[in-house]
Design a protein around this ligand. Structure first.
Ligand code: ATP
Length: 542
């Protein structure tokens, strides 16, 4: 799919609702911002993304052979940790004190915006000059800013040409004097406050009392559950460094401006690996994981120019990291040439394990000046537990270094959806070429793998088709459809992204052959039903 046409995103959003991929959460009550529900097709798509990830990272991982690009064989194992964790976890991870966005408030409209997402431009009329702002999609920016300038200068629509512009659209971050800023929803200039920090963690209370001692947080990432269980995994299984622990689970962030469909939401799922290795070989493993994760997306269909791997510059790196790369996708809601993050692969050094041992904290990896809580104990104290590792062969004791490939299941599913969305031509039931919408999913992630159609609802065809359907259904998600012309049934399956359709006709009853129709090429092949089933199973496994 090309993103020449920004309208393509609207088409994808409407297809998602119409065909049951995604619904707005609590829609009948007006919706809940930043939350989405996966419908009957969407839930299968997202499960397939997660299952492909888990299979490729954990269950199908070969522990005894050296993978391509790696220096030695290694083991992969998994965890499923609780969402609510001890509050000290978030103090030591840095989330409690550092997981902030800079926010500006509008004193007049009482709205709150992310500082970097308020964008604006200097508008002029005669001697009057004002920085008009908006928070909107890039393709709407010019129109919205013009309307805001028109409002500020008190002009009618026909007099818009009296407005002239100075410079290009920039983020509010480039403006120092807010008295000349006309806020996105304000009636007069100068109503925005200076930027302030806002913690992204959702706060709740555990137990009956609603006091400070009962405060708990919904986890903003799955990674910390892995770090705090590092010792448990080493002690309870036979894993030896290097090895990886994987986890898939929900994370929550109180994003100020959730936007772009499921790209930035408040409740989402992460797929994270923490790979523990010796400090001396950590750079090798960083390169290995960066390349392996890029290949994973490519093999599942994001193979063109829409996918890039972006190494962070030295000044973008956290103090503890010697390498971080983002895998990014050119989502169609972004301006041309811009990419959005699908996954980050970070070399995290020994920062996390050390923080949970000693309570050292970002920034600068130095011990914190000890801040005492009401109980007189240090606020940022670590667990005090020894989270180092002793090599059973060399007897060397060290704190392992960590490589963290951290992906979002919702963003990955959205990228696969956007990439799959295609409009082309196909013959209708009368053989006339008509436009069709097709989701060209890789068979592994397609929600339905095959549809079974009896050509007509008589002459024993439905009975035969149902038998084939039941047989396939034992190990594949298959759909049975006997309604309407076959051409129309094909189109319905194309829109759902189903890679294969099997049609049962009179000849099937005579010689056991079926017509296998392939979604993308629309090629139809006549072959014995067992061979057709085998072809589908192989495509789904590949
Ligand atoms: P961003 O800069 O886009 O906010 P991030 O760098 O904070 O992302 P990480 O903390 O590295 O993200 O989280 C790892 C992955 O989790 C991201 O690459 C993304 O796929 C996913 N993710 C993070 N925040 C969200 C969100 N609000 N909605 C959906 N997915 C998210």
């Amino acid at each position: 799919m090309s993103n020449d046409d920004l309208g393509v995103m609207q088409k994808i959003v409407s297809l998602c609702k119409r065909r049951g991929f995604l619904f707005q959460s609590s829609e009948i009550y007006g919706g809940m911002n930043g939350c989405w529900d996966y419908g009957p097709l969407g839930v299968e798509l997202k499960r397939n993304v997660k299952e492909a990830w888990w299979a490729d990272m954990v269950t199908h991982h070969d522990d005894i052979s050296t993978p391509e690009g790696a220096s030695e064989a290694f083991e992969m194992t998994g965890l499923d940790c609780s969402i609510l964790m001890h509050p000290q976890v978030w103090k030591c991870s840095g989330h409690h004190d550092l997981f902030h966005d800079m926010m500006v408030d509008c004193k007049e409209s009482k709205r709150r915006y992310r500082h970097d997402q308020v964008r604006g431009r200097w508008a002029l009329r005669g001697d009057d000059r004002i920085f008009v702002t908006a928070v909107c999609e890039p393709d709407e920016e010019h129109e919205v800013l013009t309307a805001r300038a028109q409002k500020y200068f008190g002009l009618r629509a026909k007099d818009r040409d009296q407005i002239s512009w100075d410079g290009v659209v920039v983020s509010l971050e480039s403006v120092s004097d807010f008295s000349e800023v006309f806020g996105p929803d304000a009636k007069e200039p100068g109503t925005l406050t200076e930027p302030r920090e806002f913690n992204l963690m959702f706060k709740t209370h555990m137990g009956a009392l609603l006091d400070e001692a009962s405060v708990a947080y919904l986890r903003p990432e799955t990674a910390q559950g892995i770090f705090v269980n590092f010792k448990n995994v080493v002690d309870s299984s036979r894993v030896r460094i290097p090895f990886g622990i994987a986890q898939i689970g929900k994370s929550f962030r109180n994003e100020i401006t959730p936007r772009n469909f499921t790209f930035r939401v408040r409740e989402f799922e992460q797929m994270e690996v923490e790979f523990f290795c010796h400090p001396d070989s950590s750079h090798h493993w960083y390169g290995y994981w960066r390349d392996r994760r890029m290949k994973w997306y490519q093999e599942l269909g994001l193979s063109g120019d829409n996918l890039i791997l972006r190494e962070h510059d030295a000044d973008e790196l956290s103090h503890y990291s010697t390498g971080t790369a983002d895998i990014e996708y050119a989502f169609p809601f972004l301006p041309k040439g811009e990419f959005g993050e699908l996954e980050g692969i970070a070399h995290r050094g020994d920062f996390d394990l050390r923080s949970h041992m000693e309570g050292k904290l970002n920034p600068a990896s130095r011990p914190l000046e000890v801040e005492l809580g009401e109980d007189g104990k240090p606020v940022h104290r670590g667990s005090g537990k020894d989270l180092s590792y002793r090599d059973p062969v060399t007897n060397e004791k060290y704190i392992p270094h960590v490589i963290e490939p951290s992906a979002g299941a919702d963003r990955a599913a959205l990228a696969f959806l956007c990439e799959a969305y295609t409009e082309d031509m196909a013959p209708d039931e009368n053989g006339k070429m008509q436009g069709r919408v097709v989701l060209k999913f890789h068979p592994r992630i397609a929600p339905i793998k095959a549809a079974v159609f009896p050509l007509v609802k008589k002459d024993g065809m439905p009975e035969c088709a149902q038998e084939i359907y039941r047989d396939l259904k034992r190990d594949l998600p298959v759909f049975y459809d006997n309604k309407g012309a076959v051409g129309r049934r094909y189109r319905r399956m194309d829109e759902a992204g189903t890679p294969y359709c099997l049609t049962i006709d009179g000849q099937t009853l005579e010689d056991g052959t079926v017509t296998l129709r392939e979604r993308d090429s629309m090629e139809q092949t006549r072959l014995p039903v067992d061979e057709a089933a085998q072809a589908i199973r192989e495509a789904v496994r590949s």
